[in-house]
Design a protein around this ligand. Structure first.
Ligand SMILES: [Zn+2]
Length: 175
């Protein structure tokens, strides 16, 4: 599974993660769904959400209203969601998907979830960059923040009557 993201779409996710740091951010991904690929053109961070440093819940009615508007105004499809995981300078940053994240994703197995790990340093870093990695992540550094973005999707297989869900990581590429 390949997922491409436009620079301004990723910039919105990073900006929202910095704004709410150390609490988490949450929002929606819009774009184009292919047979084995996704293209993320637009992102919308929720302003109305219940946030902590370990979880974030959006307000469903507001989400539905925005979704209806966005789809018609920009002629794009809702293809998934995003949220951040936050870290402080002394912590190791690792992009892992939580049990709760997996549970949420299995409710909508045709969608993708982008997770942005973001770490705050005490002082500004001189070097600023954003780049793709060979392993299919987008990493970067800006002012006091370092980030690592990855995407997950849910594969569904049928074993008799039973559906089995597997959460896998997709290859993310900034274009
Ligand atoms: Zn999470």
């Amino acid at each position: 599974m390949k997922v491409r993201i436009e620079r301004q779409a990723l910039a919105m996710i990073i900006a929202s993660s910095i704004e709410h740091f150390a609490k988490e951010t949450v929002g929606m991904l819009y774009g184009i769904r292919g047979s084995n690929s996704f293209m993320i053109n637009h992102t919308y961070p929720h302003s109305n959400a219940y946030r902590t440093e370990y979880s974030v819940l959006y307000e469903r009615n507001g989400r539905n209203r925005v979704n209806g508007y966005f789809g018609r105004f920009l002629d794009v499809d809702l293809i998934g969601g995003f949220h951040s995981h936050t870290y402080f300078s002394q912590q190791n940053m690792s992009l892992v998907i939580s049990k709760e994240d997996k549970k949420e994703m299995c409710k909508k197995p045709s969608n993708i979830e982008l997770i942005l790990c973001i770490k705050e340093f005490e002082k500004n870093k001189a070097k600023e960059f954003v780049k793709n990695t060979i392993g299919g992540y987008v990493i970067g550094q800006n002012s006091k923040y370092k980030f690592n973005a990855g995407v997950f999707y849910t594969d569904v297989t049928n074993k008799g009557e039973k559906k089995i869900y597997h959460t896998k990581r997709a290859q993310l590429k900034l274009i």
